[in-house]
Design a protein around this ligand. Sequence first.
Ligand SMILES: [Ca+2]
Ligand SMILES: [Ca+2]
Length: 563
Amino acid sequence: MREVRIYGARPLLWMALLVALCICGMFLGWWYWFGPGAPKASIRVTTDPPDAHCYLDGKEIITAPNEFKGVSRGMHKLRITKVGYESLETQIQVQGTEHQELSFTLKPLKASLHVDTEPPVAMLYLNDQLLGNTPLDWTTIEAGSHKLRITLAGYEEYENTIYFARGEEKRLHIILVKELEGLEVISNPSGADVYVDSKPAGQTPLAIQIPPGEHEILVAKDATYEDYATKISLSKGQSKKLTVTLNPKRPRLLIETEPREAQVFLNDRYVANAPLQTDLSPGRYRITVRKKGWRNAIEEVAVSAGETKKLDIHLKPLPRPGAIEKEPVTGMEFVWVPEGCFTMGSPASELKRDQDEGPAQEVCVNGFWIGRFEVTQGQWQKLMNSNPSSFKNGPDFPVENVSWQDAKAFVERMSALEKAYLVGLPTEAEWEYACRAGAATAYSFGQSIAAGQANMRSKADGAAGLNSSTARVGSFQPNQFGIYDMHGNVWEWCEDWYDPEFYKTLKPKTLNPFAGQDKSGKKVLRGGSWLSDAQQTRCANRHRAAPDEKTDQIGFRVVMRER
Ligand SMILES: [Ca+2]
Ligand SMILES: [Ca+2]
């Protein structure tokens, strides 16, 4: 118990001493661990990849691989950064003087991509893997080169290899280019409808996008043009231009005749026998239909593009011989002279014949219309607006004092007014055939001509006439065809040149003989005049005068031949 007392005398002192010792010890410990001479640790940091920046407690920097030296005891914060890699942070416990080896694998950063396209909703492929439709964000792209491909129907494919750095954020705005596969269509005339594979594509001029491949193109205007059809083949990226000249649709003409099997001529060119169908160019045509034994039929027809015209032509039978027709333009009367053969010229036995009337030759002529009378002064006046005649006794008297050239001017003017016929002067053969009217004798009335049968000079042979001037046409008896004044009154111009040898050149049965060659400088005159004697008024007699010669004994009559 005493012992308690012994120590109990100074407890406070002992306590203070103990505290001081503790404080001193703690200080020494702190000093040891934390004082300037405290023991230090080291930390070596290795990174994969290297060259990362390492921060210890946000201050000290080393570039790994390297080491932090003199690291004090305790907890430390290590932060590692490297461009392109995710930053890394960790706590490190340092015990004392130890050496720590730390290694870190850095996680590379992903690249990201934002793509929008114009127009949008294109398909985007990265390394041939479909990522989706634009606009599109993709955030997990490994660094490196990647193939970017964008497709949209009707546009050229976009393809590009793009390098992404680690962590790179790329934004791409891509304007897609319309595909070049296209077709330009131009037509002449323009404004035609274009069909591609039977679907309407618009009107020319036109530029359209069509996919590559083979296409059927149809260019059509209205019904007046032929459609134009073709096939085109477009390869990828190819463009084509189609220039089309549209042809007017050829008019079609259908011709039927009654009777059938008539020859059809278009503008005087033989086409075929009816019934027929022919395609023409647009325009006006003169259609002539001929059939033996029937009258020619002539029609004018205008056909326009795309038109189909049908003509039904009823032929009229030939006029009976001697039929009379009044020509509507001049009012001139014509007599139908049927086709036939006859002996032209006079037999050697004919009295007072001339050498140029032989050798008599059988020739043939087509049917034709001949003036029933000589051309009158009234008719001349009406058409030529003048009267050159010497004997101005009235409009029904024959026009005279007209040259061959004057007569030609008259028939040409008349012909121009006449649709169905060609108006002309008779050939010698036509004239003589019409004069004879079937007779082989010197006159159409027989071997002689009697007084009162023609207007001619009275002579010893017994013929008698007014003999002082022209007579009103038709004052004397007509011949068997019904034609007046073929003998006498006025000489009548023929179309032929006078050729005294002409009959010698003719082969038997020559059809429509005609002396077209000027062998004498003179034109043929026929039939004699009021001043002629009987010898001159014979059917076979040939007379002549220069084409510009005119006298009060010379007139003419006209013929109409079917065109
Ligand atoms: Ca006459
Ligand atoms: Ca003669």
